[in-house]
Design a protein around this ligand. Sequence first.
Ligand SMILES: [Zn+2]
Length: 258
Amino acid sequence: MINAAVGALIAITLAMGSSAGMPSSAASGAPNESARPLAGLTIAIDPGHQLGNARFPRQINQLVDAGGFKKACNTTGTATNAGVPEATVAWQVSRAVRARLVRMGAKVVMTRNANSRNLWGPCVDKRGTFPGQHGAALMVSIHADGSSARNRGFHVIAPQKRAPWTTTTAKPSLRLATQLRDALTSAGVPRSTYVGSGTALSVRSDLGTLNRSVVPVSMIELGNMRNASDAAKMTTRRGRAQYADAIVAGVRSYLGRS
Ligand SMILES: [Zn+2]
């Protein structure tokens, strides 16, 4: 219980906190609900690959159930021409997304919690089942593509409807993919010139991470790591912030929490 005098003091502290540009939670110790539009939600992020995958060929080549068919546990991922690995870019962008979502009140769970040359996986089947096991409302899987140098731009992948695996997830996942596509477009990230015929959307049946999820899931290919301008965006803090802001905006609009 709070008496009137203490209540007034809290109100003054909140006002001072906001005028000083401080986060209200830091200023008052109490969350400001209007600044926490994702409170009560769990969101899963899947940072693609793992930095050590190439060092564990036996483990990452083991076959797992990718949704009614067998597929390698994981792959090494691609890299920029300068040698920055996809696993690292996926990790950095995922962390930037997580920080933003947490500030907005969400609980964030990630399929891996380190980017290490001494680790591998998890396998795609485990990545897929992860968000359902953690009560997540949705999952965003973050990757970057490797294509010929003249190709550029992002695209977002949703699972194809394939009973029984994606019967309930195909439709909402495509809606999530579309919201992410729209947010990335609004943020000025160029759409893929080589996947999706200008829509930057792709529907696929071959991805275990998407097939094995029981909640809506989309996979973002941030850009083509072999393209100089895409690589420049991925390897600067500013560029990664642009991706992260857009991904969060897409998640919020999908959830109706904009
Ligand atoms: Zn990848």
